[in-house]
Design a protein around this ligand. Structure first.
Ligand code: FE
Length: 158
């Protein structure tokens, strides 16, 4: 009996440790593809997997690839342009990002040449120490919140 209890304890301890590491790896591997946004070529509506369409029964976190074949663009339907299915969508990535603090917009087409960031520089390629150029000039914001970094920006969907 004593031996059985011991082995149980041992395997129990192993089980508790392993799954945590496996879960973390899977989550980070899965992200890039499944988070891809898709844009309706007809009306410009952007399907975002992060947002989903909870009002249409599509929970947040649903990749575009996993949408049912019966999926229709929710905007085209409203505007009377007919039914646009998944075939009418193309991969889309945002090119403009807005500062959540001051509404400054970083536009990839424009870049920030005066700061040495060439036109066409993708947001993800900005240096990790990139700070919002407008917030940086406002001592009130900097003192209270520190510099607004890339994480303080969100993509624009228009
Ligand atoms: Fe800002």
């Amino acid at each position: 009996m004593a031996k059985a209890v011991e082995t149980q304890k041992k395997t129990g301890a192993k089980k508790a440790k392993k799954p945590v590491a496996v879960k973390k790896k899977r989550a980070s591997k899965k992200e890039p593809g499944s988070l891809m946004r898709y844009k309706c070529r007809i009306c410009g509506y952007v399907y975002s997997p992060l947002r989903g369409e909870p009002h249409n029964g599509i929970p947040a976190g649903t990749p575009f690839e996993d949408l049912p074949d019966t999926y229709l663009c929710p905007v085209c339907g409203f505007e009377g342009k007919g039914k646009i299915g998944k075939w009418g969508f193309e991969e889309w990535r945002p090119t403009r990002y807005i500062c959540s603090m001051c509404d400054y917009i970083y536009d990839e087409k424009r870049g920030e040449p005066h700061r040495g960031i060439k036109a066409g520089t993708k947001f993800e390629d900005l240096p990790e120490d990139y700070v919002c150029p407008v917030c940086a000039t406002d001592p009130k914001i900097v003192l209270r919140y520190g510099n607004v970094l890339k994480q303080g920006f969100s993509p624009l969907y228009e």
